[in-house]
Design a protein around this ligand. Structure first.
Ligand SMILES: NC(=O)c1ccc[n+]([C@@H]2O[C@H](COP(=O)([O-])OP(=O)(O)OC[C@H]3O[C@@H](n4cnc5c(N)ncnc54)[C@H](O)[C@@H]3O)[C@@H](O)[C@H]2O)c1
Length: 328
């Protein structure tokens, strides 16, 4: 544990930025937060409250909270920050402008990480004052509950920077996975994109509704993925002979026309209307806030069950709890 509380700056405080602020704050960092929207502070406090409900259920010893400072500008926010997380809208010109004003006033050794879902670090670094200071730390929503973060660097970034970023992220109970190379949309969103594209086809072609697709996921491979992922699941599916047998048996099928993998359906008005109508029916009058509450309760229950089995994200949380109790 450091002697002095560390400071993170959160630039952009919508869904993701508020989640990051909550994650740092409830794990003992001081947070300097900036978002120009009039509604941002209200959203932030509602997400912090949500985090305060969920996080203690997963901790053996609840960490002491850091202090929150609402900044008046990016310049004000980055003062004294070791780690700066940018979560502004997914538009390259917005991000590059924010990164520019960040670099003009922040510490030259601070880490500047972007939450971008799609841009590569080398795109964010175009025209930057110090490209080697900018990386991607891509989280998953809700950021205060889901531990994974993809850490992505371009060749301009020295390994020391990704190592230090990973250390900071681990200190807020996150599991950093440092990717081997930068690619558009990193890893998780590329996988999800493939599933999303297929789902759009299935709805467009009248094969299944949004509710049926969600049932198919939540009652089958969604349960498998939460604890064994893709490759260990398939290893087991290969029977006692394991992965080699699985690949020999199922590999050739991929050449069959099972899917329309390379084609993207036109997201025209008719398809949008159909998805929205089915999704409204599926929600059955529940508000987004009610759905978020359900999601958080279910996620905490799943993570607790995985902790009891010392499996997957539960094993990670057990290790984090052990380290915190040992004061490491
Ligand atoms: N929503 C997700 O599930 C998700 C998941 C992972 C990563 N991301 C990424 O996170 C980023 C933010 O996404 P979001 O869903 O939170 O969007 P959002 O629209 O909810 O929030 C964006 C926030 O940025 C603020 N903003 C706009 N201009 C700003 C500026 N110049 N300085 C500071 N703040 C500014 C807005 O007021 C808004 O509150 C995007 O890059 C997105 O790709 C999103």
């Amino acid at each position: 544990m450091p002697d002095k509380r560390r400071t993170a700056a959160i630039i952009g405080g919508g869904v993701i930025g508020s989640g990051w602020a909550t994650r740092f704050l409830l794990n003992g960092w001081d947070v300097r937060f900036f978002d120009p929207s009039a509604d941002a502070e209200r959203i932030l406090h509602s997400v912090i409250e949500r985090g305060r409900e969920a996080i203690p259920a997963l901790c053996d010893v609840v960490p002491e909270e850091g202090g929150l400072y609402i900044a008046s500008s990016t310049v004000d926010a980055v003062e004294g920050a070791l780690y700066i997380q940018e979560s502004t809208p997914e538009r390259i010109e917005v991000k590059q402008a924010v990164l520019k004003s960040t670099q003009e006033s922040c510490d030259a050794n601070a880490i500047i990480a972007s939450s971008t879902s799609g841009f590569m670090p080398s795109e964010l670094q175009e025209g930057a004052l110090r490209p080697e200071q900018i990386i991607v730390s891509h989280p998953y929503n809700p950021v205060y509950l889901l531990p994974l973060v993809e850490v992505v660097a371009s060749t301009a970034v020295p390994p020391e920077v990704t190592q230090r970023a990973s250390d900071y992220l681990e200190s807020v109970s996150m599991k950093p996975v440092v990717l081997g190379a930068e690619v558009p949309a990193h890893v998780g969103d590329r996988l999800l994109e493939a599933l999303w594209r297929e789902a759009l086809w299935l709805i467009k072609d009248g094969v299944a509704t949004t509710g049926q697709i969600d049932d198919i996921i939540t009652h089958s491979f969604g349960l498998r993925w939460a604890q064994k992922g893709l490759f260990e699941t398939y290893r087991v599916a290969g029977g006692q002979a394991g992965m080699k047998h699985f690949l020999e048996q199922f590999g050739p099928c991929l050449e069959w026309p099972w899917t329309k993998l390379m084609d993207v359906p036109d997201l025209d008005e008719a398809l949008i209307d159909r998805i929205v109508e089915q999704s409204d029916e599926q929600a059955a009058g529940r508000t987004v806030m009610q759905l978020e509450n359900e999601r958080d309760r279910n996620m905490v229950a799943l993570l607790k069950a995985l902790r009891a089995e010392d499996a997957a994200a539960g094993a990670f949380l057990n290790e984090i709890n052990r380290r915190q109790q040992a004061g490491e």
